[in-house]
Design a protein around this ligand. Structure first.
Ligand code: ADP
Length: 481
């Protein structure tokens, strides 16, 4: 396949084509104007000649001898290159005298003059081989006068101008093409740099950035956008790497424990009861591992964001009713009182199953980390802006001050609570879900006194009265990570 033309070459060609069209039109216009002007000057010259002959005829009417002498002298003193010729006719059109280049030519008068038209008629005539002349025939009080001059001088001037244009056009086009190409190349140089940097950027070298000039022009904006994209890819790859490392680390310890338990059991013959006891223990641990893997997958997919198709307007109060209802039996079993307070009647744009998971994780922790006789309460309030806040408060064990910033990290579990079931993924998942919905989670906790988790989410503004129903139902966009 032939190599495609570079953008610079294409720009230069287009530029040259545009200049070719403009210059050609301009040249044709100037050429025709100048040509017309030159032949107007020629006509003026002929008019002057006619006037002088008419003047002479008025002074010496009917005197053929003196007219002949005048014409001979007039033609002899005139510019020889004009090749002047003069003929005088009587009123009936009969030729009286002809001198100069018209002598012996018997050039007929234009029929329109003979048929009574006033004024003068300009026409071309060949006087001899290849001797084009301009001829002006005019009606005079005494008859007609015919004056001829050679076209040669005028034609040459017109040809000269045409040649100037024909010669200048290719030179100008060459210069335009050359300058166009140089200009295009210098304006496209940043693109070549971007391409070179983009080639260097690979999975392992995402720290490279495309240079920006700081001019803020389109190419600078493109470079900045590409750099932002690379940063996002780098962050997402870092998260993936961190996640795989965390997941491997998290699974390695329980798997090693499983393995050593199996090895110890196999070291010697055991009774069927012993085997049953060990296998039951192993099953419990495998179930916990399965839960961990399930949570990891949930976290990975929450980090990937929400499918746009899954987003609807979720009624918050109804959603919280369902989640609280789901945890009531568990709370009762733990001897914890679970209450639902006031929740504003708002709709949150998002995925109902993810939002369910977010509040379920918080309630699950609240019930899990609240000892018997404690209390868990869920309520909400509207924010002044376009949002809502949901609080999950408990009177549970709380978190030590230095641990509070870490509890949203993956697999982080507070030391003293390691014996509780869990994988340290409930809060990271909840935070990712809140982020994917354009919201956030904060925590306030005091050790031994309880914790308050505050979830802030955007809401769908109520449609103004009269708005179409389908418009109201369309889910709002959710900021994705
Ligand atoms: P898990 O509960 O599986 O350990 P989470 O990510 O849900 O994992 O929570 C991380 C840690 O934060 C928990 O180990 C626990 O120490 C602490 N935590 C979370 N919620 C509460 C709460 N309501 N009260 C006290 N501590 C909590």
């Amino acid at each position: 396949m032939p190599r495609p033309l570079s953008i610079g070459a294409r720009w230069a060609l287009r530029y040259t084509a545009a200049v070719l069209v403009t210059l050609s039109l301009f040249s044709v216009y100037v050429y025709t104007r100048v040509e017309r002007r030159i032949y107007q000057d020629a006509k003026l010259l002929l008019d002057l000649q006619v006037k002088e002959v008419v003047e002479e005829l008025r002074h010496e009417p009917g005197d053929a001898k003196s007219l002949d002498a005048y014409l001979r002298q007039h033609i002899a003193t005139g510019e020889s290159r004009l090749d002047l010729g003069i003929a005088v006719f009587a009123r009936d059109g009969s030729r009286w005298l002809e001198r100069g280049s018209l002598e012996g030519r018997s050039l007929a008068l234009p029929p329109e003059l003979l048929s009574g038209q006033d004024g003068s008629v300009l026409h071309d005539a060949e006087l001899g081989a290849d001797q084009p002349h301009l001829v002006l025939a005019a009606r005079t009080p005494e008859g007609f006068v015919q004056v001829a001059i050679s076209r040669e001088r005028f034609d040459r001037s017109v040809d000269h101008i045409r040649n100037i244009f024909l010669m200048a056009l290719p030179i100008l086009l060459l210069l335009t093409g050359g300058f166009g190409w140089l200009l295009a190349r210098s304006s496209l140089r940043p693109i070549a740099q971007m391409t070179a940097t983009a080639r260097r950027i690979s999975g392992a070298r995402l720290d490279q950035t495309i240079p920006t000039t700081g001019s803020g022009d389109e190419l600078d904006q493109l470079a900045a956008t590409l750099n932002e994209m690379v940063v996002r890819i780098r962050e997402s790859m870092d998260r993936m790497r961190q996640f795989s490392a965390d997941a491997a680390h998290q699974l390695r310890t329980p798997l090693a424990a499983l393995r050593s338990q199996i090895e110890v059991t196999l070291e010697k013959e055991r009774t069927p009861e012993d085997y049953q006891h060990v296998l039951t223990g192993l099953l419990g641990e495998v179930e916990m591992l399965t839960d961990s893997v399930h949570s990891m997958l949930r976290l990975a997919s929450s980090e990937a964001g929400i499918e746009p198709g899954q987003r609807v307007e979720v009624p918050l109060a109804a959603l919280l009713d369902t989640v609280v209802g789901f945890f009531e039996p568990v709370a009762r079993e733990h001897g914890v009182q679970l209450r639902k307070g006031e929740v504003p009647d708002v709709r949150v744009p998002g995925d109902p199953s993810w939002l369910h998971q977010l509040f379920a994780n918080l309630l699950h922790n609240a019930v899990k980390y609240t000892p018997e006789g404690g209390c868990v309460e869920v309520d909400g309030r509207r924010l002044d802006g376009r949002g809502v806040v949901v609080r999950v408060r408990d009177t549970g064990v709380g978190v030590e001050a230095q641990e509070v910033p870490k509890i949203f990290e993956r697999f982080h579990r507070v030391g003293a609570r390691q014996e509780m079931p869990g994988a340290g993924l409930g809060l990271p998942i909840a935070r990712e879900i809140a982020r994917a919905h354009g919201g956030s989670i904060e925590v306030e906790s005091r050790e031994g006194q309880g914790s308050t988790f505050t979830v802030e989410l955007p809401v769908v503004e109520p449609a103004p009265p009269g708005a179409r129903r389908d418009e109201r139902e369309r889910p709002q966009s959710v900021t994705m990570r």
